[in-house]
Design a protein around this ligand. Structure first.
Ligand SMILES: [Zn+2]
Length: 666
């Protein structure tokens, strides 16, 4: 498996650091690991080309030392447009057009990619870095519109470019209004904003490529993309990566935005973000997912968390892991000794996972639909909501479901407005296996003329006074819940739950919403089947709201059974909620053998790992990957019947919080 160690090389510690770099890496790894260096801590967004030149001259001998020691050394240019710190005192030296955000605030962080003076500086800087002849030169993730919690750019240069496309003068307010609009089709100005914004980034990317070509044409230029979909706001990421790559294979570093341990259950959607993004990009791209350890907290995140991040990333078919051992202000890399030790002891385990799951393979299971143009079609009237409509899909892994992106699957979840971006034929194909939908997706399908097909329209919000509790009493969808209930009132906000209006025949309430008088107010889950035999489960939930509306004890059985009912066959492999928050990852070896990763996202330890398996999924001769990376037979209890299609097994293996167990069929 490929480690890429990203470390900073501030001048004052460069010598000490490169010497220590040798000791940070096991000998065998030194042969294979590119290391990416750049300055950051004390530097503002921009430095003069002279300063960059003298920095590059100063680190050149350090880089030669590392190369001599067998390390492949690449360069990560940390600032192109500027991340966080563009002081006004610098304006004389760097008279660049600053970015302007949607609300009109002029950026104190960075500059606009359309500015010609900035472009001269950028191309000059990249020529200097290219002089180090790195195999890879990475543009960092300041190469995006979304910064400091706001979207850009609405500066005079951009407004002029958008005006040109629109054929009339436009104001910032008008353009922002087009982005935050609930109308469909989206206002024409939104398209012009995307065209002008993408063009600005692509043109500068092509200039960076050309600048590097004049010095080191063999150098690949990669893009560090910010987390999906935020990182793609306003921009066609594929086009930017392609422009940077030129004749080389496009290279992307997807972000995993989990820089310190916040909430353990949020690890799953964060760790899955590269797979989610990969589903929207061309097959030809190469990925080096980010493993970050910025020291926001006392000790960044635990070594075990970081190791779980790496293992799950490999299990999702990634190989090159861009590991950042961060050092605040040149502090000693020894601060990360615990993590380095974990990496050394876990090396053979990760290598074995990579042997089992080849790079490029995609995890299987419940397909969560992603469209590359989802932000262009989103109906929303606030910036906060623009990126917050995936509460349902973010919770699926911790409900015991194996999640897949960008694969065909009979088990499918469609949320949000993504379907609005599909061509008619694509939409027809997507819906053919049926799907579990949230109310936003159902209403988007109604706009696409599919209400009859899915058997329901989405009505107005259910009034708060009517939202008492949810009851789970369908004998097929929630057999073991047997009428149990879950409270809504303490968790809901106005608009979270919508009335579903039946348009088809033979609908069924998979679960019900009742009010305080215990009257049935409507379906919380509606099950429909059309004349073609396509089945849909429509959740009356909008997709925005409290996480516990999805992440509760009722949902694992409900979703597992609903997906099985829709596909007419059970999801082959789920974890059982008797051990809550076990996240399953389901993949295959190159020769088709089953690989099962199980991650413990509970704060309890588990001595056995309960799985619900399709009866026809043979798990005979299951092996477990040991900490040393060997395969030994796994111990499991005899399968117990759950229903006619599924069995439950218990794998005997102790799993601590944030640990990953990996099993393989032999
Ligand atoms: Zn601008």
């Amino acid at each position: 498996m490929h480690h890429i160690l990203r470390i900073h090389l501030p001048l004052d510690v460069a010598e000490r650091r490169t010497a220590r770099g040798d000791r940070l890496l096991p000998a065998d790894e030194l042969q294979r690991s590119p290391a990416l260096h750049h300055l950051y801590d004390h530097a503002p967004s921009f430095q003069t080309l002279d300063e960059i030149g003298s920095y590059v001259n100063a680190i050149q001998p350090r880089i030669e030392e590392l190369r001599h020691a067998g390390v492949t050394v690449s360069v990560n240019v940390l600032q192109t447009l500027g991340h966080v710190y563009f002081p006004t005192a610098q304006e004389k030296d760097f008279p660049f057009q600053r970015r302007v955000y949607a609300g009109g605030r002029v950026s104190t962080e960075g500059a606009c990619p359309l500015d010609l003076k900035l472009r001269d500086w950028v191309t000059g800087a990249y020529k200097i870095y290219a002089g180090l002849r790195p195999p890879v030169l990475f543009v960092d993730d300041d190469f995006r519109t979304f910064m400091s919690g706001e979207i850009s750019c609405f500066c005079p240069l951009h407004l002029r470019a958008i005006s040109d496309l629109a054929g009339r003068p436009v104001t910032r307010e008008e353009v922002v209004q087009s982005l935050l609009s609930t109308s469909w089709p989206a206002p024409e100005l939104r398209r012009h904003y995307y065209t002008a914004t993408t063009r600005g980034f692509v043109d500068l990317a092509a200039q960076i490529r050309a600048a590097v070509d004049t010095v080191s044409p063999e150098t690949r230029v990669g893009l560090m993309a910010a987390a999906w979909p935020r990182g793609a706001q306003g921009v066609d990421v594929a086009a930017v990566a392609q422009a940077l790559a030129g004749p080389h294979r496009p290279l992307l570093r997807p972000q995993i935005s989990f820089y310190s341990e916040d909430y353990i259950r949020d690890a799953a959607p964060a760790f899955l973000n590269p797979a989610r993004m990969r589903a929207t990009l061309p097959e030809t791209f190469e990925y080096w997912p980010e493993i970050e350890n910025y020291q926001y907290s006392l000790y960044a995140k635990s070594a075990r968390c970081t190791f779980a991040e790496m293992a799950t990333t490999v299990l999702n078919g990634f190989n090159h892991l861009a590991l950042n051992i961060f050092d605040m202000f040149g502090s000693p890399l020894g601060d990360s000794a615990r993590l380095v030790e974990r990496l050394e002891t876990g090396r053979r385990f990760l290598d074995q996972l990579h042997r089992l799951v080849p790079e490029g393979s995609r995890a299987q299971g419940v397909h969560v639909f992603e469209h590359r143009d989802q932000l262009r079609v989103r109906r929303t009237n606030s910036l906060g909501a623009l990126f917050a409509s995936d509460q349902m899909t973010r919770r699926l892994p911790v409900l015991g479901l194996p999640i897949a992106y960008g694969v065909e699957s009979p088990w499918q979840v469609i949320t949000g407005d993504d379907v609005l971006a599909l061509e008619d034929q694509e939409l027809d194909r997507l819906l053919a296996p049926g799907a579990l939908l949230d109310a936003t997706a159902a209403s988007a399908l109604e706009l696409r003329g599919q209400a009859e097909r899915i058997g329901a329209k989405v009505g107005p919000a259910i009034p708060l006074d009517e939202l008492g509790y949810e009851q789970f009493d369908d004998p097929e969808i929630s057999p073991s819940l047997q009428g149990r209930a879950f409270p809504l009132r303490p968790l809901v906000q106005a608009g979270d739950w919508r009335r579903l209006v039946v348009t088809g025949t033979n609908p069924r309430m998979g679960s019900k919403i009742r009010n305080y008088r215990r009257e049935v107010v409507g379906s919380s889950l509606l099950l429909t089947e059309n004349a073609r035999g396509e089945r849909f489960g429509i959740l009356a939930f909008s997709g925005q709201g409290n996480r516990h509306l999805m992440e509760n004890l009722m949902r694992p059985e409900q979703f597992r059974q609903t997906l099985g009912w829709i596909a007419r066959r059970p999801v082959p492999l789920c974890t059982h909620h008797s051990a809550p928050y076990l996240w399953p990852i389901w993949n295959r070896t190159a020769d088709g053998r089953l690989v099962i990763g199980i991650v413990n996202l509970a704060t309890d330890s588990y001595d056995t790992l309960p799985l619900i398996l399709a009866r026809d999924l043979s798990l005979k001769n299951l092996s477990i990957v040991t900490a040393e990376g060997n395969l030994i037979p796994a111990k499991a209890r005899e399968p117990q019947r759950v229903d006619k299609d599924t069995v439950q097994i218990e794998l005997h293996h102790r799993l601590e919080p944030f640990e990953v167990a990996v099993f393989v069929a032999t």
